[in-house]
Design a protein around this ligand. Structure first.
Ligand code: PHE
Length: 447
């Protein structure tokens, strides 16, 4: 086994983990699924899922990764001190990474297109219908979508080849805080818009009549997606951690940062929706129709559009990198090929799979994999609704029931924490999180 490098310090680890968590899931997906599921009640369930299911599993996944110091398959062998049957959880994670990155990169491609549009000042002075026309034009072009998807995969490939500390850390330190500042600026602006109050009511006033069983499953699935949980990204990053890190504190702050960013993005987007009388439930198009409306007012708005789409692109890349890293670090430790060759092969196969999603809004728009789901929808639902919750459930059970509790206790109580933390952590992973996932999934399947 090759020697593993480590993060240069706690702050670097924190930034890359936040980089993985914060991405299109927060800015593009959270607002649109909140919109489709009626707002407040969905957001409440989502927040509960983050706190009660996501965070305990986050700690479990970090712990499994850090103790194993290996790729997400072998880590289970290390922890069980034998060829573990649980290593299929790792294989499942690699499958999830493939599926997620394939459509994630297509959306990343849309962001590249919008970034280029902003560089060309294409939003300035445009009307609402011009703006929705722009997106439809992109959607109807297979060539454009495939090319942008390829560019996105290529940049992801380049960063991963650059190595973990050099490639990811350096840029995260500058661009993640820059993104936060820009989002804060947009948030402050949205407070001054007439739609701000309605946006708060929509997002935070729960109307339980709007909540469906599949909406509840969407909320639990999204809590995994947004935290990069249940497929080994966090495990892989955890495996580069030194053993002195306080995992509970780390998980808490990453979850908090991720949630605050999603909520801020939601408030900004719905303030625009209600100010301009747009449709809250317009689906994956929501972000691309709302923000450009705001940016279209004048040249200054267009400069804002450049920074916004540039930084969202960066946030998406720090997430896509963590997805590719999972695949690469597995094959790196299991084959004799060079890292560059492995990364290239993985990126290329994911790119090929992603073509199906890129064609889902044009040539294959009438092709349904199952019940009205195009390839794009199918890959999205397959990963968020099933693969990630299943991966998370298995990790929780492994952590809670298979590992030696005394050993975990020693490590966690090493930090100046109360017994209560430890108790909550173990029992959430043993009972609460697995049960919640099972109930929500079964409830949605049989409803
Ligand atoms: N968490 C990322 C986002 O919100 C997506 C992601 C999912 C990244 C799973 C890694 C693993 O955009």
């Amino acid at each position: 086994m090759k020697n593993r490098s480590h993060w240069s310090g706690p702050l670097s680890f924190f930034l890359v983990a936040v980089g993985s968590a914060v991405g299109l899931g927060n800015i593009w997906k959270f607002p649109y699924i909140a919109g489709e599921n009626g707002g407040g009640a969905f957001v409440l369930v989502y927040l509960l899922c983050i706190a009660l299911v996501g965070l305990p599993i986050f700690v479990a996944e970090l712990y499994i990764g850090r103790e194993g110091q290996s790729n997400i398959v072998h880590t289970f062998n290390v922890l069980e001190k034998k060829k573990s049957r649980w290593r299929f959880v790792g294989h499942l994670g690699i499958l999830s990474a493939f599926v997620i990155l394939s459509f994630y990169s297509v959306v990343g491609g849309w962001i590249i297109d919008y970034f280029l549009k902003a560089l060309n000042f294409s939003f300035e002075g445009r009307s609402g219908s011009d703006i929705s026309g722009m997106l439809n034009l992109l959607f109807s072009s297979p060539g454009k979508q495939i090319i942008y998807h390829m560019v996105f995969m290529f940049i992801t490939f380049m960063i991963v080849v650059g190595g973990i500390s050099k490639g990811i850390e350096r840029w995260s330190k500058i661009l993640m805080p820059a993104f936060l500042i820009l989002l804060l600026g947009l948030f402050i602006y949205s407070v001054t818009t007439p739609g701000f109050k309605d946006s708060l009511v929509f997002l935070f006033y729960p109307d339980f009549k709007m909540l469906t069983p599949s909406g509840v499953l969407e909320a639990v699935g999204h809590s995994f997606f947004t935290l990069s949980l249940g497929m080994g990204a966090i495990m892989t990053y955890g495996s580069y951690l030194k053993k002195s890190e306080d995992l509970i504190k780390t998980a808490f702050y990453i979850g908090l940062a991720d949630t605050i960013i999603a909520l801020m993005a939601g408030i900004v987007i719905f303030s625009i929706v209600f100010t301009y009388g747009l449709e809250p439930s317009s689906g994956p198009k929501l972000m691309f129709e709302t923000l450009p409306t705001l940016f279209s007012k004048d040249a200054a708005g267009n400069v804002l559009a450049m920074s916004f789409f540039g930084l969202v692109l960066f946030a998406a890349l720090t997430s896509s990198v963590s997805l590719l890293q999972v695949v690469v670090s597995y094959f790196e430790e299991n084959s004799n090929l060079s890292k560059t060759a492995i990364t290239l092969l993985s990126a290329f196969s994911i790119f090929c799979l992603g073509i199906l999603s890129a064609l889902s809004t044009n040539l294959l728009s009438d092709f349904y994999v199952v019940e009205g789901l195009t390839f794009f929808d199918f890959f999205d639902k397959l990963s968020s609704h099933y693969l990630l919750p299943l991966g998370g459930l298995l990790m929780a059970v492994f952590f809670g029931w298979k590992l030696d509790t005394e050993e975990i206790k020693k490590i966690f109580l090493d930090h100046p924490k109360t017994k209560l933390y430890f108790f909550v952590l173990i029992w959430s992973n043993r009972i609460l999180a697995p049960l919640a996932i099972l109930i929500m999934t079964i409830n949605s399947i049989f409803s």
